[in-house]
Design a protein around this ligand. Structure first.
Ligand code: NAD
Ligand code: DAU
Length: 349
């Protein structure tokens, strides 16, 4: 089985690539990534010499290139994670999100349709999406289910919603075997330090201010990234075609509570006086259109495929902080931009 994983040099993609390369030696994993600022081959350097792994530097917005990669590598299944993924960047530059997330996904669908020539046997297009397509919840008990109406409110979530619709359109119109999962906020090793948890870990290490948007009351549902990769594995192998599966941690935190917990845990790990890091908290202007709350009802995934999150948040956040503390080089390379030389050194470009 030749599986194309897109975005495998990014945060979640690198954990999915590692899982598939190590757990399934009989699968050939082809990792296609453009290596934007968010792509970093160091994230997967522990497995890049594996005989069932290869890397292609490619851009999903280039239809011709997608046609030739799918043909050349006889791709029969795709796990599609490549995307622009940061909400704040989508507010500054919405069009790159339309190009990558909507047009890029549409290109991949079209390239697969052409290569697979309506012979759907053994084929799969697995699209990795986000809970943000469902919009924003109030601060109450309601949760997103798979039948919650789409109501995206940022350029990022609108572009992801558009890509989900295109995937479903290829299922209904051409009968392409597809599956979609919509996951809540991930955290863990290799998370790019522009997102809340890794940014704040890095700032606490360096005693820099911690910019809390608005009142800090916004709520997110956090899931350890390896649990997401395991859910993707389950859905890839056992998910029903044409279906959507929500993935979440049953782990809601207001931003300010999460940040204070992070500060306390890091004070202990860094042998700092209790309360020292909390002094770095600075309330700043709110994100435009800031969604108040996300919460995922993952009971379909649990009931149908038996998946549940494995890590408690306290354990997951401690593991995550430890990873950043013992991978200071990774953080330094990423924050300095040095990591972008890795591909050139490896492949001689
Ligand atoms: P990320 O930004 O860390 O990684 C994205 C990867 O895609 C990078 O390696 C980048 O180089 C690559 N990429 C970007 N544009 C490309 C292009 N045109 N062609 C080829 N590759 C390109 O993102 P992430 O946080 O790992 O998210 C991965 C996927 O999971 C995304 O589709 C995202 O929407 C979804 N998701 C993320 C979260 C989360 O909490 N991070 C939660 C739910 C769903
Ligand atoms: O819900 C899934 C989504 O989670 C994914 O689809 C996205 O790709 C991913 O980036 C994430 O989106 P969020 O916007 O929720 O994540 P972020 O880490 O950017 O922000 C988390 C919360 O913290 C959010 O309420 C905004 C707030 N925040 C964020 C940053 C970067 C701050 O208060 N200060 C900050 O500096």
């Amino acid at each position: 089985m030749n599986i194309l994983i897109t975005g495998g040099a990014g945060f979640i993609g690198s954990h999915v690539v590692r899982r598939f390369v190590t757990q399934y030696p009989n699968y050939n994993i082809i990792n296609l990534d453009k290596l934007t600022y968010a792509g970093n081959l160091e994230n997967i350097k522990d497995i890049d010499q594996s005989s069932n792994y290869s890397f292609v530097k490619g851009d999903i917005t280039d239809l011709e290139q997608m046609r030739s990669v799918i043909k050349e590598h006889s791709i029969s299944r795709i796990i599609h994670l490549a995307a622009e993924s940061h909400v704040d960047r989508s507010i500054t530059d919405p069009l790159i999100f339309v190009r990558t997330n909507l047009i890029g996904t549409s290109n991949l669908l079209q390239a697969c349709k052409e290569a697979w020539k309506n012979d759907w046997s053994g084929k799969l297009f697995y699209h990795v999406s986000t809970d943000e397509v469902y919009g924003s919840l109030e601060l109450d008990k309601r949760m997103f289910t798979e039948s919650t109406a789409y109501d995206p409110r940022s350029p990022y979530s609108a572009s992801k919603a558009g890509s989900d619709h295109m995937v479903r359109a290829f299922y209904h119109t051409y009968h392409m075997p597809v599956v979609i999962s919509n996951c809540s906020n991930n955290y863990g090793p290799n998370h790019f330090p522009e997102k809340l948890i890794p940014l704040f870990i890095n700032n606490i290490i360096n005693k820099k201010s911690l910019p809390v948007y608005g009142s800090g009351e916004n709520v997110r549902d956090w899931l350890f990234v390896e649990d997401h990769a395991r859910a993707i594995d389950d859905i890839f192998h056992k998910g029903r075609h044409g279906e959507t599966y929500n993935i979440g941690g049953h782990n809601e935190w207001s931003n300010i509570d999460l940040i204070k917990t992070l500060c306390n845990v890091m004070d202990k790990k860094l042998n700092r006086v209790e309360g020292e890091s909390e002094k770095l908290i600075t309330y700043v202007t709110d994100r435009a259109g800031h969604d108040m709350r996300y919460a995922i009802d993952a009971s379909k995934l649990q009931d149908e495929l038996g998946w549940t999150p494995s890590l408690q948040f306290e354990e997951g956040i401690s593991k995550t902080i430890d990873w950043y503390l013992s991978n200071q080089d990774w953080l330094d390379n990423v924050t300095s931009g040095e990591y972008q030389k890795y591909y050139n050194n490896q492949y001689g470009e």
